[in-house]
Design a binder for this molecule. Structure first.
Ligand SMILES: *Cc1c(COP(=O)(O)O)cnc(C)c1O
Length: 458
């Protein structure tokens, strides 16, 4: 399996190289040169498998010759054994034709564990093969940091430095990072904002000497292997509801576009998906794009669903490349304009095509609270302020050609304040995190100065 960059100027890589590289040299994102394709019969044969087995079946279409299937099975087994539900990704019914897939039974209670638990195993495997080590540096405003830490803790070949803005992440989110005491994990609390943290990470990557010396690597959502691992749960849910003999819709609370992109890829591979529905909060750059054909940055507003508070959806570039029938020049034009003017537009024909691929709906904080309350009253289910946007988007779309599966991205206990405000219920942390608030924390406080951060990295 060969991987090419969206911008067309980086070398063609195999799965292993693309995983270790993360971002392409030309600033683009890697994706398969040809989408794998599964026949109806082949999809039918996947029915009834447990989650790790299905993960191997789907992932081997992407890993190609890079990993033997027995090895892949070992890695998938390790990635998903830490999940606290035997089904790994259980599916509940919320209403007539409306289903809810819970992707929050992993170690950090958010869907990012599905990709990052697997990515940690892949990094470890590939680095050992190369007899190499790497240093991962990242910045987080919440969910990604803890999921990345849980994904690589205890691995010999990886050292991880995670920057977070001191005093600006919730106590639960901070403790999910700082109570991990494995010696390869380093939490840096930076006296600054999330943007400061992110600029420092960028500065470290842009220093070629430093980058080489430490074999810097990234695990942010542009890493292809993360998307590949997410394709699995789209197959899982659709198979559970009768695919390939019955089509389904998916409704996905969306920020960086990584999650729903995996659904789009599952459809390209032959999975019968009718509608892919994007739910966004007030940060509605995607919703506006699918309405008007113009992508325009307007600044970030804090909302009740902080993991979707994004300025720009980094994974959207992969979809745009497909939308332009893989024309690098068209894509480059848009990326240059976005960088220079903060916006770009597509023509009406292309917009029509995009509207056939995705629907999009946006919801304000008030609607988020109302919807948490409405679902609690009608079904007894407590839904977190991200996933609830998926439910609201499914209802707004109101497509009854197929059952709709909402992709549940976080456990409600991760956002106790929003839940309490909506329904007056104090929701406890699951048992495996019960001692989170009393465990000892380990972190280093550092000034908002990239040289000080570099000195800590080594
Ligand atoms: C990261 C995240 C999202 C957004 O996912 P994208 O892949 O960035 O679209 C939604 N909900 C939660 C809880 C998240 O952590």
């Amino acid at each position: 399996m060969e991987y090419i960059s969206t911008r067309g100027e980086a070398p063609v890589l195999d799965f292993k190289q693309a995983t270790l590289a993360g971002l392409a040299e030309d600033g683009g994102l890697y994706l398969p040169k040809v989408w794998p394709s599964l026949s109806t019969d082949n999809i039918r044969k996947l029915r009834g498998m447990d989650y790790p087995t299905l993960a191997v079946e789907i992932m081997q279409h992407f890993t190609g010759d890079c990993i033997q299937s027995s090895t892949l099975a070992t890695l998938a087994g390790r990635a998903y054994r830490g999940f606290h539900h035997d089904a790994v990704a259980p599916i509940k019914q919320l209403d007539n034709n409306l289903f809810f897939m819970e992707l929050f039974h992993g170690p950090t209670l958010a869907f990012k564990d599905f990709a990052l638990q697997f990515l940690g195993q892949l990094f470890d495997h590939f680095l050992r093969q190369n007899n190499a080590r790497c240093t991962i540096v990242g910045a987080t405003s919440g969910d990604t940091g803890s999921a990345a830490i849980e994904g690589v803790r205890g691995l010999d070949a990886v050292e991880l430095f995670m920057l977070h803005p001191a005093g600006r992440v919730s106590e639960v989110q901070r403790r999910q990072m700082t109570t991990i005491t494995d010696k390869n994990i380093h939490n840096l609390a930076v006296a600054g904002t999330f943007d400061d943290c992110q600029s420092m990470v960028k500065a470290m990557f842009n220093d070629p000497v430093f980058r080489k010396k430490h074999s810097l690597s990234a695990v942010n959502s542009i890493n292809w292997a993360r998307i590949a691992a997410q394709v699995v749960y789209y197959f899982w849910a659709a198979l559970s509801l009768g695919a390939p003999d019955r089509a389904v819709n998916f409704s996905v609370p969306t920020g960086n576009f990584g999650n729903i992109l995996a659904g789009y890829i599952a459809k390209k591979m032959g999975l019968p998906i009718n509608r892919l529905i994007i739910g966004s909060n007030r940060n509605d750059i995607l919703t506006r794009f699918f309405q008007t054909g113009c992508m325009e940055q307007t600044g970030v507003h804090p909302t009740l669903s902080p993991s979707m508070d994004i300025q720009i959806s980094s994974n959207f570039e992969r979809y745009l490349f497909e939308l332009f029938s893989r024309n690098h020049e068209e894509l480059n034009r848009c990326m240059i304009e976005l960088n220079r003017d903060g916006k770009f537009s597509i023509d009406t024909t292309t917009l029509n095509k995009a509207q056939q691929d995705f629907s999009a709906h946006r919801f304000c904080d008030e609607k988020i609270s109302d919807e948490i309350r409405r679902i609690y009253q009608s079904s007894g289910e407590i839904i977190d302020p991200h996933s609830v946007i998926g439910v609201a988007a499914a209802n707004a779309e109101n497509d009854n050609t197929a059952p709709t599966i909402v992709v549940g991205t976080a456990h409600p206990a991760k956002f106790p304040d929003a839940v309490k405000n909506a329904i007056g219920v104090n929701i406890p942390l699951p048992a495996h995190l019960g001692d989170l608030l009393t465990k000892k924390e380990k972190m280093t406080t550092v000034e908002n100065d990239v040289e000080k951060v570099k000195a800590i990295v080594g």
